[in-house]
Design a protein around this ligand. Structure first.
Ligand code: MG
Length: 368
């Protein structure tokens, strides 16, 4: 099929409650929605970027620039039949994984819709439903945090992830573990620590955590390997794993025992599946992380999570945990901690253009 048209939309939505990690805080989100047209069909993708470069280096503005000036010109007017063929069109573009992921996601949606098959099937997914965990931001009021955990466990979420930072870790975990001795619990540090904190981090071993996510620098493997040797708790890498090659390096070095796979962080569903396949081969568990995705990106996360190796409940929850209204229909909702994977063609959730345009801060259209 030949790409006849591509459009970019800067779409805004607001988190119901502000979200804070050690690396960044956010409430007003602007994600780029990508629409491509080919052979009379359309596909949608999403770049779940932040406005600032504090999680990783890309921002909404850099992703827009890379899409407009490099990625879209590489695919516009070109023929492709498979995802690998599509990826080859912009192969020379280095890095910029969030920008690439939005465009690639649109190609998966287009291919699925034109073939009448769900993207989960195209990926080789095996699960009908995925188990959902909840990720809670840093809240200096620990009693309020404990109340939030109670609410989400009451809704059936299967795992609790807490964001931690220096000065907001051991004390919080003591209170949370006292209140919830058996709940599956993990923490995410978003690179808050260094190897100088190894003795402090060893104290976390006493809380029976499922894992400690990204304790050290966003671009590190070697120090994580040293830390992993000193800890009983498994380390999970997020920011450090931005490609299949990075995943292989991290696993070869012993930098982690679990990987958080995020579609946007690794440049799209194809690379995410390859990382999954490598981890499955090595018997390393993976789970799917999120970026407060709107409905298109959330649908891609659900499709990815149907793969066999996604054995740990991820961060993919119902949209209503974060937003009053989403831009897709049917909405993505969790019931008793599980989300049913769509059986509709493509990503299975249609962008409602009136909702998209009501939240649209900028748009640009490209035609052959
Ligand atoms: Mg993380």
């Amino acid at each position: 099929m030949r790409i006849e048209e591509a459009s970019l939309y800067a779409v805004q939505n607001r988190l119901i409650v502000p979200f804070a990690a050690s690396s960044h805080a956010t409430q007003e989100l602007t994600h780029i929605l990508v629409r491509i047209r080919a052979n009379g069909g359309v596909g949608w993708g999403e770049c779940p970027t932040l406005e600032d470069p504090y999680y990783l280096g890309e921002t909404t503005k850099t992703a827009w620039h890379i899409l407009r000036d490099f990625l879209i010109p590489s695919v516009l007017g070109k023929e492709f039949e498979t995802i690998d063929g599509f990826l080859g069109l912009y192969g020379p573009v280095k890095g910029n994984t969030f920008a690439k992921a939005g465009l690639e996601m649109a190609a998966w949606d287009l291919l699925g819709r034109s073939a009448g098959r769900p993207v989960a099937d195209l990926l080789g997914g095996e699960r009908d439903e995925i188990f959902s965990g909840v990720s809670l931001g840093i809240d200096r009021d620990t009693n309020r945090l404990i109340g939030l955990i109670e609410v989400h466990l009451g809704q059936g979420y299967r795992r609790v992830k807490l964001k931690v930072a220096k000065g907001h870790d051991v004390d919080v975990l003591e209170k949370v573990r006292n209140r919830f001795p058996d709940v599956p619990l993990m923490v995410d540090a978003n690179s808050a620590y260094t190897l100088n904190d190894v003795d402090h981090l060893k104290a976390l071993d006493s809380f029976n955590l499922m894992m400690i996510e990204q304790p050290l620098a966003w671009d590190d493997y070697v120090d994580h390997a040293k830390l992993q040797r000193a800890l009983k708790t498994p380390i999970c890498l997020d920011e450090s794993v931005r490609s299949l090659a990075a995943a292989r390096h991290a696993l070869d070095l012993g930098s982690c025992r679990i990987i958080n796979v995020k579609v946007a962080r690794v440049g799209g569903l194809r690379e995410a599946k390859l990382i999954h396949d490598e981890c499955l081969r090595r018997d390393v568990p993976v789970w799917c992380g999120g970026m407060h995705d709107f409905g298109v990106g959330r649908a891609a996360n659900v499709a990815l999570s149907t793969l066999r190796g996604f054995s740990i409940p991820g961060d993919v929850s119902g949209f209503d945990k974060y937003f009053v209204e989403d831009i897709v229909d049917p909405p993505i909702v969790a019931f008793q901690g599980a989300i049913r994977a769509s059986r509709r063609p493509g990503l299975g959730h249609d962008v409602i253009e009136s909702r998209l345009l009501a939240r649209c801060a900028a748009a640009e259209r490209f035609v052959t």
